[in-house]
Design a protein around this ligand. Sequence first.
Ligand SMILES: Cc1cc2nc3c(=O)[nH]c(=O)nc-3n(C[C@H](O)[C@H](O)[C@H](O)COP(=O)(O)OP(=O)(O)OC[C@H]3O[C@@H](n4cnc5c(N)ncnc54)[C@H](O)[C@@H]3O)c2cc1C
Length: 276
Amino acid sequence: MGSEVTIVEMLDSVLPGTDKDLLRPIQKSMRKAGISVLTKAKAKGYEKDGDGLVVEVELDNGGTEKIPADQVLVAVGFHPNTEGLGLDAAGIQLDERGWVKVDAQCRTNVPHIHAIGDLTGPPLLAHRASHMGEVAADIISGEPAAFDVMAMPLGVFTDPEVAQAGLTEAEAKEKGHQVRSGVFPVAALGRAGAMNQPDGVMKVVIDEKTDVILGVGITAYNACDLIGEACLALEMGALAEDLSLTVHVHPTLSEGVMEAAKAARGEALHMINRKR
Ligand SMILES: Cc1cc2nc3c(=O)[nH]c(=O)nc-3n(C[C@H](O)[C@H](O)[C@H](O)COP(=O)(O)OP(=O)(O)OC[C@H]3O[C@@H](n4cnc5c(N)ncnc54)[C@H](O)[C@@H]3O)c2cc1C
């Protein structure tokens, strides 16, 4: 809309925790949109300056920058909204950060009181809250159920969208897996070209020894829709071979997930095989 935007981020990248391969197309898209990003930079505060505002930023090199702005959006930090609920009186235990502690049945330490969603701590996501609600309702009505999710998907509604499920490559390595990954460029998909949405990548992370899919990440138009297939694969304990041999409609963006699975196995069809 023509606004100049500056993002001030204290950590070393925007969307912390996002796989670096998935982040690159977003950084490119932000540059194209004229959004500048200051990473490892601390917003110290803002004050009025005439009709506008000035944000004081401490930079990584120790220097300070003053950024003039019409509007300041503070999108940092979240805390549990438990005040006034009378949790003390009910004897409900909180963890050290103040989130309500629950077990796999979404039961608090007071057996007839359940808690779901944001109140129980991160990740703070609508679909997590909803799923926990189903579990709690089942348990309260005497049905067996557990909140036991292999792949809690995460969606970021940027342009293009970013979606992740399971482990990122870095997380998989940290957990001691011998990792292989396949990264397929969205631009190589016919449908992406036809839709003029060529930006992004699809990435499948697998355990090299067992072929088990550990995580899937997508940066693409409609990535948050496309991640559903990956969630099912992760929940079913699928192998990369399963994704690779599943026939996908051509031409669709979903073919990229299959291609990334093939690439992770060193069997890429429509790109050069590279060991990653
Ligand atoms: C701007 C924004 C964008 C978001 N976008 C996404 C997204 O794209 N995808 C996604 O998955 N998640 C998103 N989230 C997170 C998502 O909204 C939450 O994870 C989700 O709403 C959690 O559901 P919940 O039922 O735990 O809490 P809430 O939806 O917050 O519901 C709690 C309800 O309790 C009410 N309440 C609070 N105190 C009391 C009280 N004392 N008595 C009675 N009622 C009370 C509140 O008014 C509220 O209606 C977003 C959040 C924000 C703020």
